[in-house]
Design a protein around this ligand. Structure first.
Ligand code: PMP
Length: 354
């Protein structure tokens, strides 16, 4: 090893879901929305003035921050925006998790948390979910340097009740508790309403799932103005212009389009509920999902074999070769037609093996 190699930061990176560039595939592997952004967003995209790209964007992204504040009945000082919720979450780890005590998160959860913790050298402890993939609230009564978990959880889709969230917030008033609500819009209850009561709470959401805009990269945090100020100070110590001009404009447009947002969500929820019935008929079981995906295991066939068979048919779902969940598939809810194609392939898979 060369001397300079010793000083290179060693990290094991997060592995994002595959983004195959082939046409005609059915892509149910990264929890994207199967419906496009609204027509108003499309118009704004087409009307964008290329000449404006000469200039730096507004470092405060005021247009977008104000639209989000108005939408949620918060003050602009309570909103922080970033390049997808990954950016907002990474910035939050850097800002709030600076204790020598370990931060806590579930053993089965978004697999970026331990990557950020390692990158920023934050000690952490993974708390084992119960056999139904629920949080055991007592696990979060111990001393810690902060807490983070998604609600609904990923990749399980399981929602925790507000009493559990409140209990954890009350028992941890000395640290920041981050609730990652990437999937909350698909029928779960947001912790946003708890912000007035708990100044140690930070709620993080994204435009990538319910708002059909994974490609534009917008995420945001909502919390006490003191927390938001702390996030901004860290951001301005790192990169002032995280939000580009098209994101600010199109994100603002998307937030103003409430009706379309609600309509696509309703369609996805309906398809999800129908898919639960179909998957049961095909011999799958799964924890009840409140997200835009179902985390399913089969009574007879191995998840990996099903995953590979589907891939050979150009249907992509997500398989995690990780402890406790390596016999599960995470299936994103697509359009009705895409789900029909999936069920057909699953039926064929079983027929070939009978
Ligand atoms: N949190 C969770 C739980 C997720 O599953 C994802 C999607 N990979 C994200 C955050 C990040 O999403 P984005 O950066 O697209 O907002």
């Amino acid at each position: 090893m060369k001397a300079w190699e010793e000083n290179i930061r060693k990290v094991v990176p997060y592995v994002p879901g595959e983004q195959p560039q082939k046409a005609g595939i059915i892509k149910l592997n990264t929890n994207e929305n199967p419906y496009p952004p609204s027509e108003a967003v499309e118009r704004a995209w087409k009307d964008m003035e290329i000449e404006k790209l000469r200039l730096y964007p507004d470092p405060q992204a005021k247009l977008l921050v104000n639209a989000l504040a108005k939408n949620y009945g918060l003050m602009p000082e309570q909103i922080f925006v970033g390049v997808g919720s990954d950016d907002v979450l990474a910035m939050s780890f850097l800002t709030f998790f600076n204790s020598k005590k370990p931060i806590l998160f579930p053993d089965i959860t978004y697999s970026f948390y331990d990557v950020w913790a390692d990158l920023f050298r934050i000690p952490y402890k993974k708390m084992k979910l119960d056999e139904n993939f629920h949080i055991k609230k007592e696990d979060y009564y111990q001393e810690n340097g902060g807490i983070i978990f998604p609600n609904p959880n990923a990749p399980t889709g399981v929602e925790e009740e507000q009493e559990i969230l409140e209990d954890i917030l009350k028992k941890n008033s000395d640290v920041i508790v981050i609730i990652d609500e990437a999937y909350v819009d698909f029928g779960a209850k947001s912790a946003r309403t708890l912000l007035e009561k708990y100044e140690n709470l930070l709620v993080v959401q994204t435009f990538s799932k319910s708002r059909s805009m994974a490609g534009i990269r917008i995420g945001y945090a909502m919390g006490h103005s003191k927390l938001i100020k702390a996030l901004q100070d860290v951001k301005y110590s790192y990169n002032s212009y995280t939000m580009n001009m098209p994101s600010i404009l199109l994100g603002t447009k998307a937030i103003e389009e409430k009706e379309y947002f609600e309509m696509t969500i309703e369609k996805i929820i309906q398809t999800r509920e129908k898919s639960k019935k179909e998957l049961k008929k095909l011999g799958f079981s799964f924890p009840d999902s409140k997200a835009n995906f179902i985390f399913a295991t089969h009574e007879k066939y191995r998840a990996k074999d099903i995953f590979l068979y589907l891939k050979s048919k150009d249907i992509y779902v997500r398989y995690f070769p990780l402890e406790r969940i390596d016999n599960y598939l995470r299936i994103t809810i697509g359009t009705e037609e895409q789900m029909e194609a999936l069920f057909h392939a699953l039926y064929e898979f079983q027929k070939e093996r009978e």
